[in-house]
Design a protein around this ligand. Structure first.
Ligand code: FAD
Length: 545
């Protein structure tokens, strides 16, 4: 694929698409080589060059883009900050950047504890507006300084404190969206929307309630596939929560009303040290009844890399151990929190522990955890990559899963240091795939398939928060039955019958790996783009930032 000659996606050339967009009044339309190169990557291993990039200023312009898409057959990929690791914020047709202009917080209603926002508002910007009222948006991904609320809802993102505040799907009060047919729908908790489309959606689920009840929504971090459980009658046919995690494949989000939570008055962090990460995982079921707002894990290697990169001064004193749990408790009464923390320590099987009550020291511990992804990619001789980086299992199985996962890495002669949201059963890892060496892509593929089988054998989900994208969608038959996959196709057909919204993701997926992987050291097929990537990485803005 050449960057100089814009590719054809759907039935129209790039020139036709640009003309159709401009004719409909879309102002910021850019098919320059540089812009297409910039938007050809997200934080994943994938590169997919778009035909054209659009940065809408108003909702009407987004609707005009969808109209042009239907007229030309050229697909639309919605994009926030492009921090997605699954390869779902890139596409061959029209990439719509919501972050550039559609990024306002319209209202914070402190009484109802909700905020009404544009899809492109950055998470940190919303927190800044809500903070003076003692409120915040609960889900907190490590990319909170740059990720958008639309992208969070697209991926059903959450973060370190999902135990306390839930996932994005638990925090959407109402969504304003447009389907692939251009129909505008407002759906949500306090909204009674009626539409033949919604009736058809209800009918799809009604055809096989048993499959939805037994295969979907089995545990909190089951993010792979569509979250059909929200459409069950006993769950109130909650279309807004269902749309979270649909990765831009069922609708384009035009606006959202999201829940806010009160910022806790006091936080007590207990850091527990174990012999290994698997032993830390074994203790998770004992920790959860204590009601922590976070129960996170990381290994000693990540701390050592942090120390080597940033100096010893920024590293707080850890208790003895090779694997650690951060158990964070929140409440109004510090004395009660201290007593609760003592009970956590007494019940734990930890080798050693530390109580951390100073806000500054807590921040130092969390900084190391939040930089886990970047740090975990620098531990081994080869750079470690994403691709299999956020699988989740029911929390009771996380210790056993970690042992089996370690054995699988050894079997494939690969290395990776797990860390992440162990309290939710969600394990992050970066793996040193030799993807640029002979046989590298085949080895990558073989590992991913084995990891998928292993995760499925533990009753897990291939994605626990990043989405399936191009990295995992093709593997869904290893996790879901044929009837469940038929239901996924059914809801896609209702909301996007012509496959114009983010094709290649979730339903009728692109193969893994489909587009050229471009990790560090990998020869890029597009020389102009490789130079650009190198520049961005040098500025700390590349895929590994
Ligand atoms: C270093 C690192 C750490 C991370 N840590 C976390 C973490 O702790 N927790 C976590 O959950 N994730 C994490 N992620 C993944 C990612 O940052 C989150 O999923 C984030 O919420 C994505 O937001 P974004 O604005 O970058 O969305 P994008 O990457 O731009 O898009 C994500 C998805 O949402 C869709 N989308 C975007 N806007 C819209 C819209 N308006 N309408 C419809 N669909 C839309 C896109 O098509 C895409 O499928 C991490 C990523 C990196 C690189």
């Amino acid at each position: 694929m050449s960057l100089e000659a814009p590719p054809t996606a759907g039935s129209a050339s790039a020139t036709d698409v640009v003309a159709e967009l401009r004719r409909r009044g879309v102002a910021d339309v850019d098919d320059s080589t540089t812009t297409r190169a910039l938007y050809s990557t997200d934080a994943s291993l994938y590169r997919v060059v778009p035909q054209v990039v659009v940065r809408p200023r108003e909702v009407d312009e987004v609707l005009a883009v969808l109209d042009a898409s239907r007229a030309t057959g050229v697909p639309v990929t919605s994009r926030g900050a492009g921090t997605s690791i699954a390869g779902n914020a890139v596409g061959t047709g029209i990439v719509v950047d919501f972050a550039k202009h559609l990024n306002r917080v319209h209202e914070v209603d402190a009484e109802r504890r909700v905020a009404r926002v544009d899809p492109g508002v950055v998470h940190a910007a919303l927190q800044k507006v809500a903070a003076p009222q003692g409120l915040r948006f609960g889900p907190d991904p490590s990319t909170h300084t740059r990720c958008t609320i639309g992208g969070m809802i697209g991926n059903n993102a959450c973060g370190n404190r999902a135990l306390g505040y839930g996932r994005s799907s638990d925090n959407v009060a109402a969504l304003d969206l447009a389907t692939g047919t251009g129909e505008r729908l407002v759906v949500g908790r306090d909204v009674t929307a009626t539409s033949p489309t919604l009736d058809r959606l209800r009918d799809v689920v009604a055809t096989d309630l048993a499959t939805v009840r037994t295969e979907l929504g089995r545990f909190g971090r089951q993010v792979s596939g569509y979250s059909l459980e929200h459409l069950l009658p006993e769950r109130g046919f909650d279309v807004a929560s269902f749309m979270a995690g649909s990765e831009g494949t069922l609708g384009v989000l035009l606006g959202a009303t999201v829940d806010l939570v009160a910022t806790p008055r006091h936080v007590h962090l207990v850091v527990l040290g174990y012999g290994s990460m698997a032993e830390a995982g074994d203790d998770v079921p004992t920790m959860l009844p204590h009601g922590p707002i976070a129960c996170e894990g990381l290994g000693a290697r990540i701390i050592e890399v942090y120390r080597a990169a940033k100096g010893a001064a920024g590293v707080p004193e850890y208790p003895r151990g090779g694997g650690f749990l951060y158990v964070e408790l929140a409440g109004d009464d510090p004395a009660e929190l201290a007593a609760q923390a003592d009970r956590v320590v007494a019940d734990s099987g930890a080798l050693a522990h530390r109580h951390v009550t100073s806000v500054a020291e807590q921040a130092a511990f969390w900084r190391i955890r939040e930089e886990g992804a970047g740090l975990a990619s620098r531990i081994w001789d080869r750079p470690a990559l994403s691709g299999w980086e956020d699988a989740a299992v029911p929390p009771a199985s996380v210790g056993a899963y970690l042992r089996d996962f370690d054995a699988l890495l050894q079997q494939h002669d690969l290395h990776g240091e797990p860390y992440g949201h162990l309290g939710d059963g969600c394990v992050h890892v970066r793996i040193d795939f030799p993807i640029s060496e002979p046989g590298g892509p085949a080895g990558y593929r073989a590992f991913i398939e084995d990891a998928a089988r292993l995760t499925a054998s533990h009753g897990g989900s291939f994605s626990g928060e990043h989405g399936d994208g191009r990295a995992r969608s093709e593997l869904l038959p290893l996790m879901y039955s044929a009837p469940a996959l038929a239901l996924f196709r059914g809801v896609k057909h209702v909301l996007d019958p012509d496959d114009l919204l983010n094709p290649g993701v979730l339903v009728d997926p692109d193969p893994v790996p489909s587009a050229a992987p471009h990790g560090r050291g990998v020869p890029a097929p597009l020389p102009g783009v490789r130079a650009l990537d190198a520049d961005l990485r040098a500025q700390g803005k590349g895929w590994a930032a």
